[in-house]
Design a protein around this ligand. Structure first.
Ligand SMILES: Cc1cc2nc3c(=O)[nH]c(=O)nc-3n(C[C@H](O)[C@H](O)[C@H](O)COP(=O)(O)OP(=O)(O)OC[C@H]3O[C@@H](n4cnc5c(N)ncnc54)[C@H](O)[C@@H]3O)c2cc1C
Length: 420
Protein backbone atom coordinates (compact mmCIF):
# COMPACT_ATOMS: atom_id res chain seq x y z
CA UNK A 1 0.00 0.00 0.00
CA UNK A 2 1.26 3.50 -0.81
CA UNK A 3 2.22 5.75 2.13
CA UNK A 4 -0.48 8.35 2.75
CA UNK A 5 0.32 11.68 1.11
CA UNK A 6 0.69 14.67 3.36
CA UNK A 7 -0.69 18.10 2.33
CA UNK A 8 2.89 19.36 2.59
CA UNK A 9 3.86 17.10 -0.33
CA UNK A 10 2.24 19.69 -2.60
CA UNK A 11 3.63 23.14 -3.39
CA UNK A 12 1.66 26.12 -2.03
CA UNK A 13 1.94 27.81 -5.41
CA UNK A 14 1.55 25.12 -8.03
CA UNK A 15 3.93 25.60 -10.93
CA UNK A 16 1.34 25.26 -13.68
CA UNK A 17 -1.49 27.10 -11.94
CA UNK A 18 0.73 30.07 -11.08
CA UNK A 19 2.73 29.85 -14.32
CA UNK A 20 6.14 29.67 -12.72
CA UNK A 21 9.10 28.91 -14.89
CA UNK A 22 10.84 25.60 -14.32
CA UNK A 23 14.00 26.94 -12.71
CA UNK A 24 12.14 29.16 -10.21
CA UNK A 25 9.74 26.33 -9.40
CA UNK A 26 12.69 23.99 -8.76
CA UNK A 27 14.21 26.42 -6.23
CA UNK A 28 10.86 26.88 -4.49
CA UNK A 29 10.22 23.16 -4.39
CA UNK A 30 13.72 22.57 -3.05
CA UNK A 31 12.82 24.86 -0.13
CA UNK A 32 9.59 22.93 0.49
CA UNK A 33 11.40 19.60 0.56
CA UNK A 34 14.10 21.01 2.80
CA UNK A 35 11.47 22.32 5.22
CA UNK A 36 9.64 19.01 5.29
CA UNK A 37 12.76 16.90 5.75
CA UNK A 38 15.04 19.12 7.86
CA UNK A 39 13.08 21.88 9.60
CA UNK A 40 9.87 20.14 10.68
CA UNK A 41 11.48 17.50 12.93
CA UNK A 42 13.58 20.10 14.78
CA UNK A 43 11.02 22.89 15.20
CA UNK A 44 9.33 21.80 18.45
CA UNK A 45 12.56 21.47 20.44
CA UNK A 46 13.85 24.94 19.54
CA UNK A 47 10.45 26.43 20.25
CA UNK A 48 10.23 24.74 23.63
CA UNK A 49 13.77 25.68 24.64
CA UNK A 50 13.87 29.09 22.90
CA UNK A 51 17.18 28.13 21.29
CA UNK A 52 18.48 29.15 17.90
CA UNK A 53 18.43 26.35 15.29
CA UNK A 54 21.96 26.93 14.04
CA UNK A 55 22.12 23.40 12.63
CA UNK A 56 19.33 24.39 10.22
CA UNK A 57 21.55 27.17 8.89
CA UNK A 58 24.53 24.82 8.53
CA UNK A 59 22.29 22.48 6.53
CA UNK A 60 20.96 25.40 4.50
CA UNK A 61 24.50 26.15 3.44
CA UNK A 62 24.83 22.62 2.04
CA UNK A 63 21.45 22.92 0.32
CA UNK A 64 22.35 26.27 -1.31
CA UNK A 65 19.65 28.14 0.60
CA UNK A 66 22.01 30.63 2.27
CA UNK A 67 22.96 31.85 -1.20
CA UNK A 68 19.52 31.65 -2.83
CA UNK A 69 19.56 35.33 -3.81
CA UNK A 70 23.31 35.67 -4.39
CA UNK A 71 23.79 36.40 -8.12
CA UNK A 72 24.76 33.39 -10.23
CA UNK A 73 27.99 35.12 -11.23
CA UNK A 74 28.99 35.09 -7.56
CA UNK A 75 28.16 31.43 -6.99
CA UNK A 76 24.55 31.73 -5.81
CA UNK A 77 21.23 30.57 -7.25
CA UNK A 78 20.39 34.08 -8.53
CA UNK A 79 16.80 34.04 -7.24
CA UNK A 80 14.77 37.22 -7.61
CA UNK A 81 12.37 38.83 -5.11
CA UNK A 82 9.36 36.74 -6.07
CA UNK A 83 11.22 33.45 -6.03
CA UNK A 84 12.57 34.30 -2.60
CA UNK A 85 9.06 35.14 -1.33
CA UNK A 86 7.60 31.88 -2.61
CA UNK A 87 10.49 29.78 -1.28
CA UNK A 88 10.33 31.49 2.12
CA UNK A 89 6.61 30.79 2.40
CA UNK A 90 7.39 27.10 1.87
CA UNK A 91 9.90 27.16 4.75
CA UNK A 92 7.37 29.00 6.95
CA UNK A 93 5.04 25.99 6.71
CA UNK A 94 7.52 23.90 8.67
CA UNK A 95 9.29 26.22 11.10
CA UNK A 96 8.23 29.86 11.44
CA UNK A 97 11.27 30.81 13.52
CA UNK A 98 13.76 29.45 11.00
CA UNK A 99 11.94 31.04 8.07
CA UNK A 100 11.84 34.42 9.82
CA UNK A 101 15.52 34.26 10.79
CA UNK A 102 16.43 33.11 7.29
CA UNK A 103 14.62 36.18 6.00
CA UNK A 104 17.02 38.37 7.98
CA UNK A 105 19.96 36.56 6.41
CA UNK A 106 18.56 36.60 2.87
CA UNK A 107 17.89 40.35 3.01
CA UNK A 108 21.63 40.91 3.21
CA UNK A 109 21.90 39.27 -0.22
CA UNK A 110 18.58 40.32 -1.78
CA UNK A 111 19.00 44.00 -0.93
CA UNK A 112 22.64 44.11 -2.02
CA UNK A 113 21.96 41.95 -5.10
CA UNK A 114 18.86 42.11 -7.30
CA UNK A 115 17.40 45.15 -5.50
CA UNK A 116 20.61 47.19 -5.56
CA UNK A 117 20.95 46.39 -9.28
CA UNK A 118 17.73 48.39 -9.80
CA UNK A 119 18.85 51.42 -7.79
CA UNK A 120 20.40 54.39 -9.56
CA UNK A 121 24.10 54.74 -8.70
CA UNK A 122 27.03 56.57 -10.28
CA UNK A 123 29.49 54.36 -12.18
CA UNK A 124 31.96 54.79 -9.33
CA UNK A 125 29.40 53.83 -6.68
CA UNK A 126 28.35 50.81 -8.74
CA UNK A 127 31.91 49.59 -9.22
CA UNK A 128 32.66 49.96 -5.48
CA UNK A 129 29.44 48.19 -4.56
CA UNK A 130 30.10 45.25 -6.86
CA UNK A 131 33.64 44.87 -5.53
CA UNK A 132 32.51 44.96 -1.88
CA UNK A 133 29.52 42.69 -2.25
CA UNK A 134 31.74 40.02 -3.80
CA UNK A 135 33.67 39.80 -0.52
CA UNK A 136 30.46 39.39 1.36
CA UNK A 137 28.96 36.83 -1.05
CA UNK A 138 32.18 34.76 -0.99
CA UNK A 139 31.83 34.38 2.79
CA UNK A 140 28.28 33.12 2.39
CA UNK A 141 28.84 30.85 -0.59
CA UNK A 142 32.17 29.37 0.52
CA UNK A 143 32.09 29.51 4.30
CA UNK A 144 28.36 29.45 5.06
CA UNK A 145 28.49 32.80 6.89
CA UNK A 146 25.14 33.75 8.43
CA UNK A 147 23.93 37.36 8.58
CA UNK A 148 21.43 38.98 10.94
CA UNK A 149 19.44 42.13 10.16
CA UNK A 150 19.04 44.25 13.30
CA UNK A 151 17.37 47.59 12.61
CA UNK A 152 14.81 47.93 15.43
CA UNK A 153 15.80 50.26 18.25
CA UNK A 154 12.62 50.68 20.27
CA UNK A 155 12.02 54.21 18.95
CA UNK A 156 10.47 55.59 15.76
CA UNK A 157 13.46 54.78 13.51
CA UNK A 158 12.42 51.22 12.61
CA UNK A 159 9.09 52.60 11.35
CA UNK A 160 11.09 54.88 9.04
CA UNK A 161 9.96 58.04 10.87
CA UNK A 162 13.36 59.32 12.08
CA UNK A 163 17.06 58.56 11.59
CA UNK A 164 18.51 55.49 13.33
CA UNK A 165 19.92 56.25 16.76
CA UNK A 166 22.81 53.86 16.19
CA UNK A 167 25.55 56.05 14.82
CA UNK A 168 28.64 55.63 12.68
CA UNK A 169 31.51 58.08 12.89
CA UNK A 170 33.95 58.10 9.96
CA UNK A 171 37.51 57.32 11.08
CA UNK A 172 40.65 56.31 9.26
CA UNK A 173 39.85 53.15 7.23
CA UNK A 174 36.21 52.84 8.25
CA UNK A 175 33.69 53.68 10.95
CA UNK A 176 33.26 53.56 14.68
CA UNK A 177 29.74 52.32 15.37
CA UNK A 178 27.82 52.68 18.64
CA UNK A 179 24.22 52.01 19.55
CA UNK A 180 21.63 49.49 20.63
CA UNK A 181 19.38 47.23 18.56
CA UNK A 182 16.43 45.42 20.11
CA UNK A 183 14.88 42.19 18.80
CA UNK A 184 18.03 41.20 16.93
CA UNK A 185 17.03 37.78 15.57
CA UNK A 186 20.00 35.38 15.35
CA UNK A 187 21.75 37.32 18.13
CA UNK A 188 24.68 35.32 19.43
CA UNK A 189 24.52 32.92 16.46
CA UNK A 190 25.06 35.09 13.37
CA UNK A 191 28.56 35.62 12.01
CA UNK A 192 27.73 39.18 10.88
CA UNK A 193 25.10 41.74 11.84
CA UNK A 194 23.82 43.82 8.89
CA UNK A 195 23.39 46.98 10.95
CA UNK A 196 21.49 50.07 9.82
CA UNK A 197 22.92 53.20 11.38
CA UNK A 198 23.29 56.91 10.76
CA UNK A 199 26.57 58.39 9.61
CA UNK A 200 27.03 61.60 11.56
CA UNK A 201 29.93 64.01 11.73
CA UNK A 202 30.56 66.14 14.86
CA UNK A 203 27.84 68.82 15.19
CA UNK A 204 25.82 67.51 12.20
CA UNK A 205 22.07 66.77 12.60
CA UNK A 206 21.03 63.13 12.16
CA UNK A 207 19.38 62.51 8.81
CA UNK A 208 17.75 59.40 7.31
CA UNK A 209 19.55 60.27 4.06
CA UNK A 210 22.81 59.37 5.81
CA UNK A 211 21.75 55.84 6.71
CA UNK A 212 24.58 53.34 6.35
CA UNK A 213 24.14 49.60 6.01
CA UNK A 214 27.21 47.91 7.48
CA UNK A 215 28.27 44.31 8.09
CA UNK A 216 29.51 44.16 11.66
CA UNK A 217 31.53 41.08 12.55
CA UNK A 218 29.91 39.31 15.49
CA UNK A 219 33.17 38.85 17.37
CA UNK A 220 34.51 42.38 16.79
CA UNK A 221 35.60 44.17 19.99
CA UNK A 222 32.69 46.22 21.36
CA UNK A 223 29.90 43.87 20.19
CA UNK A 224 27.82 42.20 22.89
CA UNK A 225 24.42 40.55 23.25
CA UNK A 226 22.31 41.14 26.35
CA UNK A 227 18.87 40.45 27.81
CA UNK A 228 16.52 37.54 28.22
CA UNK A 229 14.62 35.82 25.43
CA UNK A 230 11.42 34.17 26.61
CA UNK A 231 8.65 35.41 24.27
CA UNK A 232 5.20 34.14 23.32
CA UNK A 233 6.09 33.09 19.80
CA UNK A 234 8.93 32.86 17.29
CA UNK A 235 11.01 31.59 20.17
CA UNK A 236 13.66 29.98 17.97
CA UNK A 237 14.64 33.37 16.51
CA UNK A 238 16.46 34.25 19.76
CA UNK A 239 16.00 37.98 19.17
CA UNK A 240 17.97 39.46 22.07
CA UNK A 241 19.46 42.95 22.38
CA UNK A 242 22.61 43.85 20.49
CA UNK A 243 24.96 46.44 21.97
CA UNK A 244 27.59 48.15 19.83
CA UNK A 245 30.17 50.24 21.62
CA UNK A 246 32.79 51.98 19.49
CA UNK A 247 32.97 48.98 17.18
CA UNK A 248 35.47 49.53 14.36
CA UNK A 249 33.96 48.54 11.02
CA UNK A 250 36.29 48.62 7.99
CA UNK A 251 34.98 50.66 5.02
CA UNK A 252 34.84 47.51 2.87
CA UNK A 253 32.04 46.25 5.12
CA UNK A 254 29.57 48.73 3.61
CA UNK A 255 26.75 46.59 2.28
CA UNK A 256 25.50 49.51 0.21
CA UNK A 257 27.30 52.68 -0.86
CA UNK A 258 26.65 55.81 1.22
CA UNK A 259 23.18 57.23 0.66
CA UNK A 260 21.96 54.19 -1.31
CA UNK A 261 19.96 52.52 1.48
CA UNK A 262 17.78 55.65 1.72
CA UNK A 263 17.34 55.64 -2.05
CA UNK A 264 16.51 51.92 -2.01
CA UNK A 265 13.88 52.39 0.70
CA UNK A 266 12.10 55.00 -1.42
CA UNK A 267 12.66 53.37 -4.83
CA UNK A 268 11.97 49.71 -3.90
CA UNK A 269 9.36 49.85 -1.10
CA UNK A 270 8.51 46.16 -1.45
CA UNK A 271 11.87 45.48 0.21
CA UNK A 272 9.97 45.85 3.50
CA UNK A 273 7.55 43.08 2.57
CA UNK A 274 10.06 40.31 3.13
CA UNK A 275 8.77 39.51 6.64
CA UNK A 276 5.46 38.49 5.12
CA UNK A 277 6.40 35.14 3.47
CA UNK A 278 7.00 33.35 6.78
CA UNK A 279 3.45 34.18 7.84
CA UNK A 280 2.02 33.19 4.46
CA UNK A 281 3.55 29.78 5.18
CA UNK A 282 2.06 29.72 8.68
CA UNK A 283 -1.42 30.43 7.27
CA UNK A 284 -1.03 27.47 4.92
CA UNK A 285 0.24 25.33 7.81
CA UNK A 286 -2.84 26.13 9.92
CA UNK A 287 -5.09 25.04 7.07
CA UNK A 288 -3.08 21.90 6.28
CA UNK A 289 -3.14 20.89 9.95
CA UNK A 290 -6.91 21.31 10.15
CA UNK A 291 -7.60 19.17 7.10
CA UNK A 292 -5.26 16.41 8.25
CA UNK A 293 -6.65 16.50 11.77
CA UNK A 294 -10.30 16.37 10.76
CA UNK A 295 -9.58 13.53 8.33
CA UNK A 296 -7.95 11.59 11.19
CA UNK A 297 -4.63 11.50 9.32
CA UNK A 298 -2.35 13.53 11.55
CA UNK A 299 0.80 11.56 12.32
CA UNK A 300 1.00 10.69 16.02
CA UNK A 301 -2.76 11.02 16.58
CA UNK A 302 -5.33 8.20 16.72
CA UNK A 303 -7.13 7.96 13.34
CA UNK A 304 -10.37 9.49 14.60
CA UNK A 305 -12.29 11.28 11.87
CA UNK A 306 -14.16 14.48 12.69
CA UNK A 307 -14.89 15.65 9.17
CA UNK A 308 -18.54 14.51 9.08
CA UNK A 309 -19.88 17.35 11.25
CA UNK A 310 -21.40 20.17 9.19
CA UNK A 311 -19.95 22.85 11.48
CA UNK A 312 -16.44 21.51 10.82
CA UNK A 313 -17.08 21.56 7.09
CA UNK A 314 -18.25 25.17 7.24
CA UNK A 315 -15.18 26.17 9.25
CA UNK A 316 -12.84 24.48 6.76
CA UNK A 317 -14.66 26.14 3.88
CA UNK A 318 -14.20 29.52 5.54
CA UNK A 319 -10.53 28.80 6.15
CA UNK A 320 -9.97 27.78 2.55
CA UNK A 321 -11.70 30.92 1.28
CA UNK A 322 -9.46 33.03 3.50
CA UNK A 323 -6.36 31.11 2.43
CA UNK A 324 -7.12 31.47 -1.28
CA UNK A 325 -7.84 35.19 -0.88
CA UNK A 326 -4.57 35.64 0.98
CA UNK A 327 -2.52 33.63 -1.50
CA UNK A 328 -3.99 35.43 -4.50
CA UNK A 329 -3.21 38.88 -3.12
CA UNK A 330 0.22 37.75 -1.95
CA UNK A 331 1.11 36.26 -5.33
CA UNK A 332 0.04 39.43 -7.12
CA UNK A 333 2.06 41.70 -4.80
CA UNK A 334 5.25 39.63 -4.87
CA UNK A 335 4.98 39.28 -8.65
CA UNK A 336 4.65 43.00 -9.33
CA UNK A 337 7.36 44.16 -6.87
CA UNK A 338 9.86 46.34 -8.71
CA UNK A 339 11.76 49.61 -8.61
CA UNK A 340 9.53 52.69 -8.84
CA UNK A 341 6.19 50.88 -8.44
CA UNK A 342 2.96 52.72 -9.16
CA UNK A 343 0.93 54.13 -6.27
CA UNK A 344 -1.62 51.33 -6.71
CA UNK A 345 1.14 48.73 -6.42
CA UNK A 346 2.46 50.28 -3.21
CA UNK A 347 -1.02 50.39 -1.69
CA UNK A 348 -1.49 46.76 -2.69
CA UNK A 349 1.78 45.87 -0.96
CA UNK A 350 0.51 47.43 2.30
CA UNK A 351 -2.82 45.65 1.87
CA UNK A 352 -0.97 42.38 1.29
CA UNK A 353 1.23 42.72 4.34
CA UNK A 354 -1.82 43.54 6.47
CA UNK A 355 -3.83 40.66 5.02
CA UNK A 356 -1.14 38.02 5.39
CA UNK A 357 -0.22 38.99 8.94
CA UNK A 358 -3.78 39.27 10.20
CA UNK A 359 -5.12 36.26 8.31
CA UNK A 360 -2.32 33.94 9.44
CA UNK A 361 -3.28 34.66 13.03
CA UNK A 362 -7.03 34.45 12.36
CA UNK A 363 -6.63 31.11 10.59
CA UNK A 364 -4.49 29.64 13.37
CA UNK A 365 -7.08 30.72 15.95
CA UNK A 366 -9.87 29.22 13.86
CA UNK A 367 -7.92 26.01 13.40
CA UNK A 368 -7.72 25.53 17.16
CA UNK A 369 -11.40 26.30 17.65
CA UNK A 370 -12.36 23.92 14.86
CA UNK A 371 -10.08 21.00 15.69
CA UNK A 372 -10.74 21.15 19.41
CA UNK A 373 -8.94 20.73 22.72
CA UNK A 374 -6.56 17.95 21.76
CA UNK A 375 -5.27 20.03 18.84
CA UNK A 376 -3.77 22.65 21.10
CA UNK A 377 -1.59 20.25 23.06
CA UNK A 378 2.06 21.17 22.91
CA UNK A 379 2.88 17.82 21.34
CA UNK A 380 1.27 19.06 18.10
CA UNK A 381 2.45 21.84 15.76
CA UNK A 382 -0.77 23.89 15.76
CA UNK A 383 -0.17 25.41 19.17
CA UNK A 384 3.23 26.70 17.97
CA UNK A 385 1.75 27.95 14.69
CA UNK A 386 -0.83 29.87 16.72
CA UNK A 387 1.80 31.59 18.89
CA UNK A 388 4.21 32.24 16.00
CA UNK A 389 1.49 33.70 13.80
CA UNK A 390 0.59 36.20 16.55
CA UNK A 391 3.94 37.96 15.98
CA UNK A 392 3.34 38.86 12.31
CA UNK A 393 1.36 42.05 12.69
CA UNK A 394 3.95 43.44 15.15
CA UNK A 395 6.84 43.44 12.71
CA UNK A 396 8.13 46.90 11.86
CA UNK A 397 8.37 48.82 9.61
CA UNK A 398 5.06 47.55 8.20
CA UNK A 399 3.05 46.57 11.27
CA UNK A 400 -0.66 45.96 10.68
CA UNK A 401 -1.41 49.33 12.29
CA UNK A 402 1.09 51.22 10.17
CA UNK A 403 -0.22 49.56 7.01
CA UNK A 404 -3.73 50.75 7.87
CA UNK A 405 -2.44 54.26 8.63
CA UNK A 406 -0.65 54.47 5.31
CA UNK A 407 -3.44 52.91 3.28
CA UNK A 408 -5.99 55.38 4.59
CA UNK A 409 -3.77 58.42 4.24
CA UNK A 410 -2.24 57.59 0.87
CA UNK A 411 -5.58 56.57 -0.63
CA UNK A 412 -7.05 59.95 0.33
CA UNK A 413 -4.10 62.25 -0.30
CA UNK A 414 -1.81 62.63 -3.28
CA UNK A 415 1.86 63.38 -2.53
CA UNK A 416 2.21 66.90 -1.10
CA UNK A 417 -1.56 67.48 -0.74
CA UNK A 418 -2.68 69.24 2.46
CA UNK A 419 -5.96 70.40 3.99
CA UNK A 420 -6.36 74.11 4.67
C1 LIG B 1 9.88 37.45 16.84
C2 LIG B 1 10.38 38.78 16.45
C3 LIG B 1 11.58 38.86 15.75
C4 LIG B 1 12.09 40.10 15.40
N1 LIG B 1 13.28 40.17 14.72
C5 LIG B 1 13.78 41.36 14.38
C6 LIG B 1 15.04 41.48 13.71
O1 LIG B 1 15.71 40.48 13.42
N2 LIG B 1 15.48 42.70 13.41
C7 LIG B 1 14.79 43.81 13.72
O2 LIG B 1 15.25 44.88 13.42
N3 LIG B 1 13.60 43.75 14.37
C8 LIG B 1 13.09 42.55 14.69
N4 LIG B 1 11.89 42.48 15.36
C9 LIG B 1 11.30 43.72 15.85
C10 LIG B 1 10.05 44.19 15.17
O3 LIG B 1 10.26 44.46 13.81
C11 LIG B 1 9.59 45.46 15.87
O4 LIG B 1 10.58 46.42 15.83
C12 LIG B 1 9.22 45.24 17.26
O5 LIG B 1 8.28 44.21 17.39
C13 LIG B 1 8.64 46.56 17.76
O6 LIG B 1 8.30 46.45 19.07
P1 LIG B 1 8.03 47.74 19.95
O7 LIG B 1 7.14 47.28 21.03
O8 LIG B 1 9.30 48.37 20.36
O9 LIG B 1 7.31 48.71 18.97
P2 LIG B 1 6.99 50.22 19.13
O10 LIG B 1 7.97 51.02 18.35
O11 LIG B 1 6.76 50.56 20.57
O12 LIG B 1 5.63 50.29 18.40
C14 LIG B 1 4.44 49.71 18.91
C15 LIG B 1 3.41 49.77 17.85
O13 LIG B 1 3.06 51.13 17.60
C16 LIG B 1 2.93 51.37 16.21
N5 LIG B 1 3.90 52.40 15.76
C17 LIG B 1 5.24 52.39 15.89
N6 LIG B 1 5.77 53.48 15.32
C18 LIG B 1 4.76 54.19 14.82
C19 LIG B 1 4.68 55.41 14.09
N7 LIG B 1 5.76 56.13 13.78
N8 LIG B 1 3.44 55.84 13.72
C20 LIG B 1 2.33 55.12 14.05
N9 LIG B 1 2.37 53.95 14.73
C21 LIG B 1 3.55 53.49 15.09
C22 LIG B 1 3.19 50.09 15.49
O14 LIG B 1 2.00 49.48 15.11
C23 LIG B 1 3.88 49.22 16.51
O15 LIG B 1 3.55 47.86 16.40
C24 LIG B 1 11.37 41.26 15.72
C25 LIG B 1 10.15 41.17 16.42
C26 LIG B 1 9.64 39.96 16.78
C27 LIG B 1 8.35 39.88 17.51
Amino acid sequence: MNAKRSPTDAAMFDRQAFRLDASDAALIDGARQFGQRVLAPRAAKHDREATFPIENFRDMHGAGLLSLCVPKADGGAGADFRTYCLAAAELGRFCGATALSWNMHVCSTLWTGPLADDIEMSAEERAGHIRRRKLHYARIVSDGAVYAQPFSEGGAAAAGAVAFGTEAKAVDGGYLVSGKKIFASLSGSADYYGVLCTERAEGEAASRRNTLYLAVKADAPGVSVTGEWDPLGMRGTVSRTLILKDVFVPADEMLMPRGIYFRAATTWPHMFMTLCPTYMGLAQAAYDFTVQYLRGELPGMPPVKRRMYPTKQVAVAEMLIMLEQTKALYFQAVSEARANPSKAQVLRAYATQYTVMENAQAMAAKAIRTCGGQAMLKSLALERIYRDSRCGSLMLPWTAELCVDRLGREALYEAGEKDE
